[in-house]
Ligand binder design. Structure first.
Ligand code: DQA
Length: 140
């Protein structure tokens, strides 16, 4: 299976940023462990703080890859454009969040991604990404 993890704004600061919510591990450390754990998955990782770059990446992979694991971070709650991109592509998108966005501020309860996502996994810390990978592995 050919999968990509796409991370949105500020997720490059994982391990430094609000560690009480997002944990102490950097995404690179986590990603290296995940690549080792799933040797049969052809996994790629992309991160951008820029909305249009996230849209470009979704368009680029979204007609050929088997799955997109998308944490659009703050853009989840604001971006009609990323929501439209998720709708436009044929590759299924699983939306993930590290934190349980429903236990946080009201503005995090809205998602422009969810209506067009295959599914949503949130609140399990970095394990949310692994659960998303496993959902694609077990999908036929
Ligand atoms: C997040 C939740 C968002 O509300 C927030 O803006 C983030 C990270 C998460 O993974 O928990 O940057 O997507």
């Amino acid at each position: 299976k050919k999968l990509i993890i796409i991370n949105g704004p500020n997720l490059n600061l994982l391990g430094k940023r609000e560690t009480n919510i997002y944990g102490n591990l950097t995404f690179t450390e986590f990603y290296e462990a995940v690549v080792k754990k799933y040797p049969d998955v052809d996994l790629t990782y992309y991160q951008s703080n820029i909305e249009g770059e996230l849209i470009d990446k979704i368009q680029e992979v979204g007609f050929s890859y088997d799955g997109i694991i998308l944490n659009a971070a703050a853009y989840t709650h604001t971006s009609v454009g990323i929501g439209d991109a998720v709708k436009a592509v044929t590759t299924p998108v699983v939306e993930v969040h590290i934190s349980n966005t429903f236990s946080r501020e009201e503005f995090r309860h809205q998602s422009y991604i969810s209506p067009n996502a295959k599914g949503v996994i949130l609140g399990f810390g970095l394990q949310s990404y692994e659960l998303a990978i496993e959902s694609f592995i077990s999908a036929s």
